[in-house]
Structures are given as structure tokens and as C-alpha cells.
Ligand binder design. Structure first.
Ligand SMILES: NC(=O)C1=CN([C@@H]2O[C@H](COP(=O)(O)OP(=O)(O)OC[C@H]3O[C@@H](n4cnc5c(N)ncnc54)[C@H](O)[C@@H]3O)[C@@H](O)[C@H]2O)C=CC1
Ligand SMILES: O=C(O)[C@@H]1CCC=N1
Length: 266
């Protein structure tokens, strides 16, 4: 079981995860941060500015939270922090288990971890894919990340970029949808603040209802569309030639394919 986790790069995503763990009641002393630019760490969490300083953290796992493009430059300087007995958890989009193994050859295990920003409120799916964990360590890793929402193991690493597009990048697409919904209402004559608050409240309520419901979103959509009523006219626009689905397929494809480019260093 991970006793102490050193977060290397604690920006938007690493910071959201740390906030989620602390909000769930984890002991701050279980965490330490290595980040040269973070202004301050939460109370009780040690903050180191260099790998040399962080060598005293007493950690048994690291969470890589810097940019994938930095792996080549930063990897060699992190060897002393990723030695025998240390598990490497990586948030680096596109970077494959084999590349992590090559970059950190002495680590006990390598794990790809894909959360999203809702980790901050313990509502993130967290997709996991590993090499080298024994059964007890797998159970402990799952429990650690499940605290941030709902962890799930992915058996086929070839699908990791696709699930990254869906669940890691996904909030970005949902935020665009909220803005587009509000923007469309503004275009049709509603004032800005009414449009923004109604769009957000509608998406929040609809998602919460879908999550609590024993029927799927398609059935719920049909329940919204009263026979002969207004909603069906709008659904028809979204459904014509699978317009929305095709747009989202293009969106996920472009996002997924960037993962392969990142793994090649671009
Ligand atoms: N932002 C998101 O929603 C998600 C991001 N990710 C992954 O998380 C990682 C970080 O992304 P963001 O948090 O968005 O970026 P960010 O730019 O907000 O955070 C990166 C952090 O790395 C730190 N850093 C830079 N150089 C460093 C060094 N030499 N040593 C230690 N730390 C260093 C920066 O100071 C910064 O705090 C990326 O690999 C990304 O693929 C994964 C899932 C979702
Ligand atoms: O945009 C990115 O590359 C990262 C990965 C998933 C969400 N943010």
C-alpha cells in the first residue's frame, strides 16, 4: 500500500487530485509535492523545489503531474526519486507504459492514471493501466484513486488515448456545450446572465438525474419530449444525419490522435 505519495508537478490536475484526497479526509502527511513554481502547498503537505530536496520526502510512490513534453528533459533528474520499491503513477497524456518503463527502469511498477478536473470534488472517473503491480499493490492503487470518484482498470492499453479523450478531456467538451447552449439562447434574444445560469443549472440537473436514474439517457430524452410537443423539434435537429454524434466523433478522434503525437514527443 502507498504510504507516502510525492506529486511531481502539482498544477491544475495534480492540484485537483491533492485537493480531492484532502477533502476525502486523507492525512496531509501522506503527501508531498515537488514543484518549482507552485506558490504554496496545502497545510501539512511538504513542498520541495528540487529533486535533491525531495529525496528526503520518504515516499514510496510518485505521481508525475508535469507535461508529457517534459518527460525527456526531466526524467534523468528524477532517477533518485524513482528507485527500487517506488511505484510511478503517471498523468502524462499519451505517454505509454513502455516509455515509463524506459524512463524509470528501476521503479517497482508503472501505472498510467487518467482522471479529470472533477477529482477536486471527488467526482472524477479515473482510468488505470499498469505494469508491475502485484495483487496487493493493485488493490491499494485502486483504492487510492477511487477516492477521487470512480476508478476503473483498463485491460487494453491501446485504448488509453481514446478513454483519455472521453473522460480526461471530456469536461472541456462539456464546458463548451454549456457555453454553446447559453450562447445560442443569447443569439435568440435572452440576456447573458439569465442564459448562462439557466444553461449551467440545466446541465447540472440533467447529469445528476441521469446518474441517479435506472434508465439511460436516450429514455430520459424521450421523457423530456412530450408527444407532439416542443422538445422533439430540437432533438430532430441534433439527430438529423447524426449531426451531434458525428461532431463528437470528430472531436474525440482529434483528441485521441494527439495522444500518439505526444508519445512521439510532439
Ligand atoms: N488538466 C487536465 O484536466 C488533465 C491533465 N492531465 C495531465 O496532467 C499533467 C499536467 O497537466 P496540467 O495540470 O493541466 O498542467 P499544469 O501546467 O497546470 O501543471 C503542470 C505543473 O508542473 C509543474 N512543473 C513544471 N516543471 C516542473 C519540474 N521541473 N518539476 C516539477 N514540476 C514541474 C508546473 O509548475 C505546474 O505546476 C499533464 O501530463 C496532462 O497530460 C491528465 C488529465 C486531465
Ligand atoms: O489536454 C490534455 O492533454 C490533458 C489530457 C486530458 C486532459 N487534459
Amino acid at each position: 500500500m502507498t504510504q507516502k505519495l510525492l506529486i511531481i508537478g502539482c498544477g491544475n490536475m495534480g492540484g485537483a487530485m491533492l485537493a480531492g484526497w484532502l477533502a476525502a479526509g486523507e492525512n496531509p502527511a501522506r503527501f508531498a509535492v515537488l514543484d518549482p513554481a507552485l506558490p504554496e502547498a496545502p497545510d501539512g503537505v511538504a513542498l520541495y523545489r528540487s529533486a535533491e530536496e525531495a529525496a528526503g520526502a520518504g515516499h514510496d510512490a510518485v505521481l508525475l503531474g508535469f507535461k508529457p513534453q517534459q518527460l525527456g528533459a526531466l526524467g534523468p533528474g528524477l532517477q533518485a526519486l524513482t528507485g527500487e520499491g517506488v511505484s510511478v503513477y503517471s498523468l502524462l497524456a499519451g505517454i505509454m507504459l513502455g516509455q515509463l518503463g524506459h524512463a524509470f527502469p528501476h521503479a517497482a511498477a508503472h501505472v498510467r492514471v487518467m482522471p479529470n478536473l472533477a477529482a477536486r470534488i471527488n467526482k472524477s472517473p479515473v482510468i488505470l493501466c499498469e505494469a508491475g503491480l502485484d495483487e496487493a499493490a493493485r488493490t491499494a492503487a485502486f483504492a487510492l484513486f477511487d477516492t477521487l470518484g470512480s476508478a476503473v482498470w483498463l485491460g487494453d492499453e491501446a485504448q488509453f488515448d481514446l478513454v483519455t479523450a472521453l473522460a480526461g478531456s471530456g469536461p472541456g467538451f462539456v464546458y463548451r456545450f454549456i457555453d454553446a447552449l447559453a450562447g445560442a439562447a443569447i443569439d435568440l434574444g435572452l440576456d447573458e446572465s439569465t442564459a448562462a445560469s439557466l444553461a449551467l443549472a440545466t446541465v447540472e440537473g440533467a447529469a445528476a438525474l441521469a446518474a441517479a436514474s435506472d434508465v439511460g439517457p436516450a429514455t430520459l430524452a424521450d421523457r423530456v419530449a412530450s408527444p407532439g410537443g416542443m422538445t422533439r423539434e430540437g432533438l430532430n435537429v441534433l439527430d438529423e444525419n447524426a449531426a451531434l454524434r458525428r461532431l463528437l466523433a470528430d472531436t474525440l478522434r482529434a483528441t485521441r490522435d494527439k495522444g500518439a503525437a505526444l508519445s512521439k514527443g510532439s
